[in-house]
Design a binder for this molecule. Structure first.
Ligand SMILES: [Zn+2]
Length: 299
């Protein structure tokens, strides 16, 4: 199975494409930008993560529970018999993209193809079923005895997208359509926020701005984006790079809980009395008024 490798990944919702939209063919799915490959089950790259997958019953080990999918990676599959005939590898490009998505937390678009053996699959064509995150990944021996790469995907749309049937049925339940609109707005906000966070993490190449640690997980830099002034009520911090730090998980939890504060001069002060200078890069301007707000609410 070929893998569509994209130089630029398109993460998140495609504007104008509602969850539940049904397409007649893979060509139509591709034209809409929902899954930009005709044969590959996974579109994305190792560096940026996966943007979309198609669940089509092509792998004997796939398990589909609606809002949770146990997805089998690609490779080692005989298209003629649909059986595994070799081990899969997390280094295969599509599998590597899904591992990266697990580390970044970025959402993956899920498209389900017609599959008479699955109650969650559409009756005909291909249906866009919203955004999922890669919760975890592991390898195990599949039914044919070869190792397969497994990915647990969990819906972040959270509206039971697979139980709503075709798009046309949504109009029957007014109470059920209001919530997904709200949820969708939340997801969009998370996706937007993810873009700013990803940008800041790239600027620092995943090196913690406080302690200088650069965690490496399976060959990939790992860091977390921390909003200095939190988003949403009641803090209403802006989702801009000037309000985001690139931190390791330890410093992130200490900072979020006020055990670390930063002065207007970018001196990092820890509860124990230690201090250091915040690591900065020229391309990343940080607004010190956000540090002032953070100190104000924690001390
Ligand atoms: Zn750190």
């Amino acid at each position: 199975m070929l893998i569509g490798m994209a130089d630029v990944v398109w993460l998140g919702e495609i504007p104008g494409i509602e969850v539940g939209t049904v397409f007649g063919s893979r060509h139509e799915v591709r034209s809409a930008g929902v899954h930009r490959a005709l044969q590959a089950g996974i579109v994305g790259s190792r560096n940026r993560g996966a943007e979309s997958i198609v669940v089509s019953g092509g792998y004997e080990d796939d398990e589909d529970y609606g809002d949770v999918i146990i997805y089998t990676g690609h490779g080692g599959n005989d298209p003629a018999t649909r059986r595994q005939s070799a081990d899969q590898s997390f280094d295969a490009p599509g599998n590597a993209a899904l591992v990266t998505s697990a580390l970044t937390g970025a959402p993956v678009r899920v498209v389900r193809g017609r599959n008479s053996a699955s109650s969650t699959a559409p009756v005909t064509g291909y249906r866009y079923d919203g955004l999922f995150r890669v919760d975890s990944w592991w390898r195990e021996r599949g039914r044919s005895g070869y190792y397969v790469c497994r990915f647990k995907l969990v819906s972040v749309t959270g509206d039971g997208s697979t139980s709503q049937g075709s798009a046309g049925e949504q109009g029957l339940a007014p109470a059920g359509t209001a919530a997904p609109v709200r949820v969708s707005a939340v997801v969009q906000r998370i996706v937007r926020s993810g873009r700013v966070v990803e940008y800041v993490k790239q600027l620092h190449d995943h090196t913690c701005q406080m302690c200088g640690v650069r965690l490496v997980v399976r060959g990939r830099g790992y860091s977390e984006g921390a909003h200095i002034r939190a988003l949403g009520r009641p803090h209403m911090g802006p989702d801009v790079p000037a309000n985001v730090l690139c931190l390791c998980p330890n410093c992130h939890v200490l900072f979020d809980n006020g055990a670390i504060v930063v002065t207007d001069d970018f001196v990092v002060q820890t509860d124990g009395g230690g201090s250091s200078i915040l690591h900065t890069v020229p391309a990343h301007d940080i607004d010190p008024t956000h540090f002032a707000y953070h100190r104000e609410i924690h001390h």
